[in-house]
Design a protein around this ligand. Structure first.
Ligand code: NDP
Length: 249
């Protein structure tokens, strides 16, 4: 349970990548300023997080199940937080979708919006009333540089993040009066195993029906330059976690 003076931070999508690193960094804060509720869809995937959290697990870090696409799961999760008091909500859960429109089904597109857009809104709607009532809170959204600039073959992913940017800019001004801050973090390419595997997978696909020039550009210019960016800048989930911690502080 959170100790007096500790900020309660709920993070979505902590089974891997950026969410896992944010959870661990905050839970291991030397001054123990945070009590982290690390959530994930399937607790069977908790081992990496538990191992990385070490001694913090069970003290400054606890786990809850949460699927941001499921109304009931979101309600249950928030209801199980003591008094529903959450000081900081970090909306990190998200999925990607790469490829030409010809290769992507409507169901896949809807899933991206359901997770990256409505998933965040579902969380904010559930957490916001208590923050407003208590006149304080911080909502953080992990968006993407693709929420500011579109990228070839990332049409739907970029659209979901653009939509989020518009939503948050509009809501943020309404929350200020209640002393609730809404912050966006827009990472560029982050070097994760998942990203590298995705690049390998898509570079091997044929994309029948798509414009061959665009496929050629994507595979031979865009993807190799992404790998160059990863290697040159080496931005890792830990960098995004440090940035998120600074935003919270
Ligand atoms: P990962 O795939 O490593 O992590 C995504 C996390 O979201 C996983 O824990 C996944 O859980 C979870 N998730 C997916 N769907 C749901 C859902 N319905 N409910 C709850 N959790 C869910 O990716 P990253 O760490 O890279 O991505 C984290 C965020 O950062 C995303 O919002 C992404 O858009 C953003 N981002 C990433 C960049 C990158 O280059 N990696 C760049 C810019 C932004 P599960 O294990 O259950 O699948």
């Amino acid at each position: 349970m959170a100790q007096p003076g500790q900020k309660v931070v709920l993070i979505t999508g902590c089974s891997s990548g950026i969410g896992l690193r944010i959870a661990v960094l905050l839970a291991k804060d030397e001054q123990k300023r945070y009590y982290v509720i690390a959530t994930m869809r399937d607790l069977k995937r908790k081992d990496k997080l538990v191992e990385a959290a070490g001694d913090a697990y069970g003290k400054t870090l606890t786990l809850l199940t949460l699927d941001v696409c499921n109304d009931e799961s979101v309600k249950q999760c928030i209801n199980s937080v003591k008094d529903r008091h959450i000081d900081v909500l970090v909306n990190n859960a998200g999925i990607g979708l790469v490829g030409p429109l010809e290769a992507i089904s409507m169901d896949e597109m809807k899933k991206v919006f359901e997770t990256n857009f409505f998933g965040v809104i579902r969380m904010i709607k559930e957490v916001m009333p208590d923050m407003k009532k208590r006149r304080g809170g911080h909502i953080i959204v992990i968006s993407s540089v693709m929420g500011l600039q579109g990228v070839v073959f990332n049409d739907v992913y970029a659209a979901s993040k653009f939509a989020m940017e518009g939503f948050c800019e509009s809501l943020a001004v309404q929350l200020l009066k209640f002393n609730v801050i809404l912050s966006m973090i827009e990472p560029g390419p982050v070097h994760t195993e998942f990203e590298m595997k995705m690049i390998q997978d898509v570079s091997q696909k044929d994309y029948p029906g798509a414009d061959p020039d665009t496929v050629h550009y994507f595979k031979n210019v865009y993807l190799p330059s992404s790998v160059d960016i990863f290697e040159a800048l080496g931005q890792t989930p830990d960098d995004i976690a440090r940035c998120t911690k600074k935003v919270i502080e």
